[in-house]
Design a protein. Structure first.
Length: 276
């Protein structure tokens, strides 16, 4: 069973400026609930028992959010407000699951993953990118089922407009193994429209093997001077590790841009019959 997850949170959030000049983007409210809590709830529902947050010193407010016991106790003592009590109990539930590691230099997602190596004990682990929300269906839970069935690494996949493939990491597909799943030969980062191997894009959910840490330890920075997780994945595929692209069934929301953030509030609001 997959019981551990990692969530990279050290990014600066420049696409959401000016909001992120003073506030961690993962704590920005989406329909009244911090975005990171949607990711945590997805993990819990999928059976995850331990979650590693990768943060930076500049984003310590994320840790403070989950370690605000004294503040809650003081307010509850005065007000006895049922809503605040429920919020505090929820925070305590999350807190029991979370550990923190630091990535103070923005050296890429691959470097962020490598920082968690001392915490990951099992053969496979889950990684979620918090800019990508998937609603109406638990993508992580479904991917874990695919992993157990095929004993392979799994990455989330979404069909995109062929004219926009140059904005995404695109799968090179191999054998189709079910209606929603393919073995893959690799991932091509932001390919030319005419040279793209498919129109299936990588979305921020991954089930990765622990062996990826050995590849990341030897990996040199590539484009932009960063260590990319896709380079390590490509190395593993070449060495025979099986990776599956899973076409998830939920609705995708991009919370990492201003327009995407606004749209996410609207779409999640609709689920709660909230009128905008």
């Amino acid at each position: 069973m997959i019981k551990q997850a990692i969530i990279p949170l050290a990014g600066q959030g420049t696409r959401l400026l000016p909001l992120t000049s003073v506030f961690a983007k993962e704590l920005l409210p989406i329909n009244g609930k911090p975005g990171i809590e949607y990711i945590l709830d997805e993990c819990i529902e999928a059976g995850i028992k331990e979650i590693v947050f990768i943060i930076s010193n500049k984003k310590k407010m994320i840790k403070n959010y989950f370690y605000s016991d004294a503040f809650y106790k003081k307010i509850i003592k005065k007000k006895k407000d049922s809503r605040i009590i429920a919020e505090y109990k929820k925070i305590l539930k999350y807190k029991k699951l979370i550990k923190f590691v630091y990535q103070n230099t923005p050296n890429g997602t691959g470097d962020a993953v490598f920082k968690t190596r001392k915490y990951i004990k099992d053969k496979y682990f889950l990684m979620l990118l918090p800019d990508d929300l998937i609603i109406k269906k638990n993508c992580s839970k479904d991917m874990i089922k695919v992993h157990h069935k095929h004993k392979a690494s799994v990455m989330a996949s979404m069909k995109v407009n062929s004219k926009t493939v140059s904005r995404w990491g695109i799968y090179s597909l191999n054998k189709k193994i079910s209606k929603n799943d393919y073995f893959i030969d690799g991932v091509v980062e932001k390919p030319d429209v005419k040279k793209a191997p498919s129109n299936k894009a990588v979305i921020g959910r991954y089930i990765l093997p622990k062996t990826i840490f050995k590849k990341l330890a030897k990996q040199k920075p590539s484009q932009g001077g960063e260590i990319h997780i896709t380079d390590a994945i490509q190395t593993l595929i070449k060495e025979g590790e099986k990776f599956i692209a899973h076409n998830f069934l939920g609705n995708y929301l991009d919370c990492g841009t201003m327009q995407g953030f606004i749209n996410s509030n609207k779409e999640i609001g609709k689920l709660w019959n909230f009128v905008w």
